[in-house]
Design a protein around this ligand. Structure first.
Ligand code: X8Z
Ligand code: ZN
Length: 600
């Protein structure tokens, strides 16, 4: 009896509610989401186009493009952070149980966006936008001078990879850090403004805000990163010893306790792989012969071979893929990126591609972002959820294809090395370890701790360099060539510190993830040895990837990982991949003294 009554009452309520002009909570929510989305897409595109201009053409002394980017970002911020938007989304979320899961996710996304620009912090947001735009053009408009020469970052990177004269290396490395002096005060200001904006909606600080995108607490994220470091540490320690001795011999110097930063083939010591050459497997030489156009098209061919569409003609028309032309009177953002301009079909990449291994890997990485954009631009994914399952997934896909595109069977199949060429498997694996293992202490250790300290502990700008080198020494065993004074801000020479703030752990996690996906693909789909695969032409691999990419952010990232690989996120697959390395390195390092502690 009672039961019937309850049903009756609720059906009456349902009926009477549905007669109201505004509809049910679900309908109201949908109406709000739809109108928000329309405006969001419009402003997003305007802002992306203005940012594109401000990043592809930086004229010194002409701030027109900066001003336009600032205006567009302000309009976007004003809308996404408006009090009305915040109130409506908050009210609708109070009745979560009456909403569909995707509606909840979209409303949460709306609030997440708002927290970065709340109306209540209007003036601060405006200042932050202005400071961000300025920092970006100061960084990418910067002229790197060594002696009488102005060098591009491509040229600096080449010198650090190839030069054996330590004096020249030193002047080049030092020149690459001068930009930090220019950016130091701007970084301190940005840190404060970024913190103040998100604190208005209840986040502890900007680092906390960025981490919350994973639905994690800062402590949990730091722990996860620490675990990655401790998992790879025994291998890293061997690689560190190996490099100290090998580089000392190469430069004719004494073996140092810690690695001097200017000895390493990368501005931040994050990738040491170019230090090892594999006989019979010279990718740089083969790529130079093929040229840039081939490289750009070949990376696309790989994705197409898996069943993905060709990149749209607009990609080729509107992207900016090549280094600045000789004598250009402007500069451009020299760090590779991929852009989903309108959250629909306008996808572009900004690169400065040269025909070498570094850019070959990077091109695969950027196309991974582009194919992710294309895959989740489908009717099942509302525009507001067109993002990665989490940010690390976004970084993992293209890096995984970069790894696959450098394995011997793949390269042989492409004709980049003579079929049947004998190569030493251990040397190949060592070269890969100097890339992937070496990266973890930098990304999960130095970058993550520095940025956490930057945003959460209020270090002063005069402490930036001290803190940076404290972590460089602790996690990477890398020291500056000489004492660096408080005027420097070497951290700010890293793009991400300025304009992808508080999210570098994305890359650390992405390396763990990419080996998990790669392990699954190799063993379960291709039935090939993970260290010797050839994905080329496998539609099954393409279908698997499409299954991971196409839901975008509509799925919980942990569930998606469980479903696709049967695992939780972690370094197990990466460690398995490099497992033969430990004995090999121990042999190479016999009689050599370690200087890093056994555990971290
Ligand atoms: O920044 C990138 C990409 C663009 S999302 C080129 N990467 C990190 C870096 O260069 O520091 C890729 C791996 C690490
Ligand atoms: Zn990326």
């Amino acid at each position: 009896m009672q039961k019937t009554l309850v049903v009756l009452v609720s059906s009456v309520m349902l009926f009477s509610c549905s007669k109201e002009p505004d509809g049910t909570t679900g309908d109201k929510a949908q109406e709000f989401i739809n109108s928000y989305t329309d405006k969001y897409l419009e402003l997003y595109y305007v802002s992306a186009k203005a940012e594109w201009e401000a990043n592809t053409k930086i004229y010194s002394g002409d701030t027109t493009r900066e001003a336009a980017a600032k205006r567009a970002n302000e309009a976007f911020a004003e809308f996404t952070g408006s009090q009305e938007v915040i109130e409506q989304a908050t009210t609708l979320l109070e009745n979560k149980e009456e909403l569909e899961e995707l509606q909840v996710k979209q409303l949460e996304k709306i609030l997440y966006e708002a927290a970065n620009n709340p109306e209540s912090a209007g003036e601060i947001t405006q200042k932050r936008i202005a400071a961000e735009v300025k920092q970006n053009s100061d960084l990418f408009g910067y002229k790197y001078v060594v002696g009488d020469d102005t060098l591009s970052t491509n040229e600096i990177d080449r010198i650090l990879e190839e030069e054996t004269d330590v004096i020249k290396r030193l002047s080049t490395w030092e020149a690459s850090k001068e930009v930090g002096v220019v950016l130091k005060d701007g970084l301190a200001e940005l840190r404060d403004l970024r913190n103040q904006t998100v604190q208005n909606l209840g986040y502890d600080n900007f680092f906390d805000y960025q981490v919350s995108d994973y639905e994690m607490e800062v402590e949990e994220m730091v722990k996860l990163n620490e675990k990655l470091i401790s998992d790879v540490w025994p291998l890293y320690r061997e690689l560190h010893t190996y490099m100290r001795y090998e580089l000392a011999e190469k430069y004719g110097e004494e073996v140092p306790e810690m690695l001097p930063a200017h000895w390493l083939p990368n501005r931040w010591g994050q990738d040491w792989s170019s230090e090892v050459q594999v006989e019979g497997f010279d990718l740089d030489e083969a790529l130079e012969e093929k040229g840039t156009d081939w490289l750009l098209k070949q990376s696309e061919r790989f994705y197409v071979s898996l069943g993905f569409e060709e990149l749209p003609p607009s990609f080729w028309e509107l992207s900016d893929l090549l280094p600045l032309p000789e004598g250009a009177d402007y500069s451009k953002n020299n760090h590779a990126s991929a852009w989903h301009m309108d959250l629909k079909n306008d996808v572009r990449s900004l690169m400065s591609v040269e025909p070498n291994t570094r850019w070959y890997e990077t091109t695969h990485h950027e196309y991974g972002h582009i194919y992710y954009y294309i895959a989740y631009t489908n009717p099942n994914v509302p525009p507001l959820l067109r993002g990665g399952a989490n940010r690390a997934y976004h970084e993992a896909i293209g890096s995984m294809l970069g790894l696959a595109a450098m394995q011997k069977p793949f390269i042989e199949n492409l004709g980049l090395i003579e079929p049947g060429t004998e190569t030493d498997e251990m040397t190949i694996l060592l070269k890969e370890a100097l890339n992937y293992i070496t990266f973890i202490p930098f990304s999960a250790g130095v970058m993550t701790h520095f940025e956490n300290d930057l945003y959460s502990s209020g270090i002063s700008s005069d402490q930036f360099n001290e803190v940076w080198w404290k972590y460089k020494t602790k996690y990477q065993g890398i020291v500056p060539p000489s004492e660096r004074g408080t005027e420097y801000c070497d951290a700010a020479s890293k793009t991400h510190i300025n304009n992808d703030p508080a999210q570098y752990y994305d890359y650390a996690l992405s390396y763990a993830l990419l080996f998990q996906f790669h392990n699954h693909i190799s063993k379960q789909i291709l039935k090939q040895d993970p260290r010797n695969t050839n994905y080329y032409g496998s539609k099954e691999v393409g279908d698997f990837l499409y299954g991971v990419l196409s839901p975008g952010a509509t799925r919980d990232w942990r569930e998606l990982l469980q479903e696709s690989t049967g695992e939780e996120m972690g370094a197990k697959a990466m460690l398995e991949y490099f497992s033969p390395m430990m004995d090999y390195l121990k042999e190479l390092n016999e009689g050599r003294e370690h200087t890093l502690p056994e555990t971290i």
